[in-house]
Design a protein around this ligand. Sequence first.
Ligand SMILES: Cc1cc2nc3c(=O)[nH]c(=O)nc-3n(C[C@H](O)[C@H](O)[C@H](O)COP(=O)(O)O)c2cc1C
Length: 324
Amino acid sequence: MRIGQYEIKNRIFLAPMAGVTDQPFRRLCSHLGVGLTFSEMMSTNPDVWHTEKSKLRLAHHQEIGINAVQIAGSDPSEMAAAAKVNVAYGADIIDINMGCPAKKVNKKMAGSALLREPDLVAEILEAVVNAVDVPVTLKIRTGWDPEHRNCLQIAKIAEQAGISALTIHGRTRSCLFQGNAEYDSIKAVKEAVSMPVIANGDITSAEKAKAVLDYTQADGIMIGRGSYGRPWIFSEIGAFLEDGVQTVFPLEQKCQLMLKHIEDLHHFYGEEKGYRIARKHVAWYAEQLQPNSNFKRTFNALSSTVEQRQALEDFVTAILNESS
Ligand SMILES: Cc1cc2nc3c(=O)[nH]c(=O)nc-3n(C[C@H](O)[C@H](O)[C@H](O)COP(=O)(O)O)c2cc1C
């Protein structure tokens, strides 16, 4: 599929997830076959860009492949300015977040709160599209609440404004993450617009990825939480979509990927921060590799990268010995 001038190598996308899809995770997922990753959301407020957190998010230059950078905000001129800055830092695609349900974001009338303001949505999209010469994409939910599912209206506004691709998470803002994602609205949008549509929500296996693509006829699927502690899901989906083959990633390779990922995290964040960030990822890996083990608790008590690496190596040795 194409997004503006870019040919995306397949139909598999990694969802932007603040606090999860940092550069090391995006690199890993790209390596495992994701066609396009999105950075964590950047605020449009330049006053916070000097913070360590923002600086790490701004580090676009070390990315591999196409850099899609997400911005969130509600002021059209601020959004346009933020888009320009991110392009100057190396963003190849600007993604606008109108899907985030977080109160902190919505209070400022940004994220999914914007879905209640179609006129403002149009203003923002036009301002950003006109400000940069890279493709601009949009990520939304299906509406504000089940009584106000207006994703079709927003999709048409987006197309009119020159948006290059639209991702839809199949829930409304008020549903937060409850219930099941619904794909009827995504299917309806896909039928009504001609820009690429990416279906998102609750895709946790290769079979589900194929079923959602078949049902919605979307151009691509995007995966968020389904990749926690199992980035190899992208490789499994790739093989299934390509040849209909169900593959199971070998245990030894899973272990090696985890070790490499955590080493990259330690390196990227440094000694002070690295061991803290590693904890949640290791908890997710442990859940996948050895459910119900005590390893997570033991690991969380460690407070240096050196200790963490040794513990992970011992964990891997034990798992592989058990399985042989
Ligand atoms: C921890 C977390 C952080 C998220 N951060 C963002 C974000 O920064 N921008 C955004 O557009 N969506 C964000 N999302 C929403 C995801 O991109 C995605 O739409 C949602 O998780 C549904 O997909 P899934 O069922 O595959 O997880 C976040 C979700 C989670 C769980």
